[in-house]
Design a protein around this ligand. Structure first.
Ligand code: COA
Length: 158
């Protein structure tokens, strides 16, 4: 498929566009400080997709240290997808898949050994996307979201 979009790293000039996409696409919204903090700490895993000169999607992540729980032994670095969204008119063109693959590369740069994320148990599209990329459901978090919905934790080894 001919790609109509291109990926690049987030820059501070993108902040308002990314916050707008976040508000349109997801109920979990954050302050500008929160976005900028993740950019400053983990620039390699904050990626945007541009289509026709406008930002159509983003992914932002953080890298944490924690117990492996996946047979990798001891404390490891984990990449955590904090937020990903693609504008409705740009969906189903592989944008999210490309954003995740670019973020996984960034996580490898930070020496993360696995990647995980939370997804609403009713988000069939999100779950299908992550399964396609090799993520597996590893846990359920009861009442994880502020409206009480449960989350699946989905994980992929890097
Ligand atoms: C989830 C989301 C990011 C997917 O973005 P996208 O750019 O349309 O996804 P892609 O085109 O890369 O899709 C990759 C794969 O995901 C799955 N997928 C994506 N959209 C789907 C849909 N509407 N129905 C079923 N499967 C779907 C498919 O397996 C697809 O591969 P395919 O097109 O070869 O079948 C987008 O729908 C979105 O922003 N949703 C609202 C926010 C959200 O739910 N974020 C995730 C929260 S954890």
């Amino acid at each position: 498929m001919l790609e109509t979009f291109k990926l690049r790293k987030f820059t501070p000039d993108d902040l308002q566009s990314v916050m707008q996409i976040n508000r349109v696409c997801l109920p979990e919204n954050y302050t500008d400080y929160f976005f900028m903090d993740l950019y400053e700490r983990f620039p390699e895993t904050f990626i945007v997709a541009e289509e026709n000169g406008k930002i159509a999607g983003y992914i932002m992540c953080r890298v944490e240290v924690g117990l492996s729980n996946h047979g990798l032994g001891g404390l490891i670095r984990k990449g955590h997808v904090v937020s990903i969204a693609v504008m409705p008119q740009s969906r189903r063109k592989g944008v999210a898949q490309a954003l995740i693959n670019a973020a996984l590369e960034g996580m490898r740069h930070y020496k993360a050994k696995l990647c995980y994320l939370e997804v609403r148990v009713t988000n069939d599209v999100g779950i299908a996307l992550y399964k396609k990329l090799g993520f597996e459901v590893t846990r359920t978090l009861d009442g994880y979201y502020s409206d009480g919905e449960n989350a699946y934790v989905m994980t992929k080894k890097l």
